[in-house]
Design a protein around this ligand. Structure first.
Ligand SMILES: [Zn+2]
Length: 494
């Protein structure tokens, strides 16, 4: 009989500074799939679930399909959402088990209403169900915050090595293959996890240019060879979580009894600390970015501006107006912006119809302390369904739904208005709303880094604006941390 392997995913990157809870609806709108639905949603995509399914095929395993859920980063995961998704996973084990191993994709950095450490709470429930001897393989995002408990519960723990995250399938493959070796009795993997007194590190994990993350991964590789490790992962951490265990970690997986695991983990932790202040990006003000954009942006090679401080991919509301206001008032031409979270304005555009000229109060509605709406008149250029599939290198093939959308032209800017919060991962955010990005002189995206995978090839230059009005700012001292362990860099002098 074929070995039966539980395949599951429960992802969240919780920004505890967000006032928007992450509800069950947050999962169903972004993507929550049960059982066989997981196959149709993920087969052939660049995701971990696809990587796990392919591993089943390769190793001759029978997949037991639990559930896979993801929600856009926002506040704490509600009890209902947590219990529902874990319930689906546990029910599958009950119904189709027993299982011989578990492969689960967890972001690392989930904070739930009743669990500061969502991941270990999920793993505790699974471990209880499958017993102490069934190997559990876990994949993490490289922005994972990870507790010691998660390290104890997982037999194998492997994180992405790229930011933008273009190695999701590959990470799942590495994890599954180690679990296969454990099942064959070839290895007895054990996780060693270390963290330092820091909130952020390794340039927040960026791998698009030479810098700390690429260097520490090279060191991890050489230590892996030197000490015969099974894998070594570096988590840059997710600093916008006000929890005790926040921050970067190093994770080494090695055979039980391999003393090299601790030696290697300590060297990697030293490297995390040594490079903590090195950043490869240099955020600028909106005014500076627009001055450059006016000079350099042109059709074919647009100038791309990222709205770093309000990245929905890190929990930002996606409706802050700082950069957009500067663009509308900045006398720029042929620009496009995607997307501004503003369901009210989408409704107003829909009621007025394409071609209508109307007055709107754009954005700035979720948290008035972060900025006010922009009162403007403009034209409704078009109305869209807001459903499309990613075609860029990251999460290729994954379905995205920004809800009913409208393109509204005001000043020299075509603004994509969306009914749901979403990070701009790739050019489809414009194309699905009738805008050809390469025909624009300036493009602005609500994203911090992931956009680079698909926009770098078409951009003449990229600017990152980190200027007020968002809860994903890199200016950590501006955030009200109350629960992180102290002292911690850079909040304290160490
Ligand atoms: Zn990430």
């Amino acid at each position: 009989m074929k070995p039966r392997i539980l395949i599951a995913g429960f992802k969240h990157e919780t920004n505890t500074f967000s006032k928007l809870p992450t509800s069950l609806e947050s999962y169903t709108t972004r993507g929550l799939y049960q059982g066989e639905e997981m196959r149709s949603a993920f087969a052939g995509t660049n995701t971990e679930i696809a990587g796990f399914l392919d591993a089943c095929e390769r190793h001759g395993w029978e997949p037991v399909l639990g559930a896979a859920g993801d929600a856009t980063p926002s506040g704490r995961v509600t009890r209902e959402a947590f219990d529902t998704v874990t319930g689906y996973i546990l029910d599958a084990i009950e119904r189709d088990g027993p299982v011989n191993a578990v492969l689960i994709q967890l972001h690392g950095a989930m904070v739930a209403e009743e669990h500061d450490d969502g991941e270990s709470a999920v793993l505790d429930l699974i471990r209880e169900k499958v017993g102490p001897d069934v190997p559990i393989g876990v994949t993490h995002d490289l922005h994972a915050n990870v507790t010691d408990r998660t390290g104890e519960l997982a037999d194998v723990l492997v994180s992405y090595r790229t930011y933008p995250h273009i190695d999701q399938h590959e990470t799942a493959t590495i994890c599954a293959d180690l679990i296969a070796r454990a099942m064959a009795g070839e290895i007895k993997p054990k996780v060693t996890l270390l963290r330092g007194p820091q909130l952020d590190g390794v340039d927040h994990g960026r791998t698009t240019s030479p810098g700390p993350m690429r260097e520490i991964l090279a060191l991890a590789d050489s230590l892996t060879d030197e000490h015969g490790l099974l894998s070594a992962s570096i988590n840059a951490g997710f600093p916008w979580a006000d929890v005790d265990y926040v921050g970067p970690t190093v994770i080494v997986v090695a055979d039980e009894g391999n003393a090299g695991a601790v030696t290697a983990a300590e060297k990697l932790r030293e490297e995390l600390w040594r490079t903590r202040e090195v950043l490869t990006i240099n955020p600028v003000t909106a005014a500076t970015a627009l001055a450059e954009g006016r000079k350099k942006g042109k059709v074919g090679k647009p100038y791309v501006i990222a709205d770093f401080a309000d990245n929905p991919g890190g929990g930002g509301y996606g409706d802050s107006t700082g950069l957009l206001r500067a663009m509308i008032e900045g006398e720029i031409e042929n620009a496009a912006f995607a997307s501004l979270y503003d369901p009210e304005s989408v409704e107003a555009c829909t009621a007025a119809g394409a071609g209508a000229e109307i007055e709107l109060n754009l954005g700035g509605k979720v948290d008035s302390s972060l900025g006010s709406p922009i009162n403007v008149t403009g034209t409704v250029v078009g109305l869209y369904e807001g459903k499309f599939k990613l075609e860029g290198p990251m999460a290729t093939g994954v379905a995205i739904n920004i809800g009913p959308a409208a393109v509204f032209r005001t000043g020299g800017v075509d603004v994509v208005l969306a009914s749901r919060r979403a990070q701009n991962y790739d050019q489809q955010f414009f194309k699905a709303c009738g805008i050809e990005p390469t025909e624009r002189a300036i493009l602005a995206v609500k994203s911090a880094q992931h956009f680079r995978a698909d926009y770098t090839p078409i951009a003449c230059e990229i600017a990152v604006v980190d200027e007020g009005g968002g809860i994903t700012s890199h200016n950590f001292k501006s955030l009200d941390y109350r629960h992180v362990r102290r002292p911690i860099w850079p909040l304290d002098d160490i």
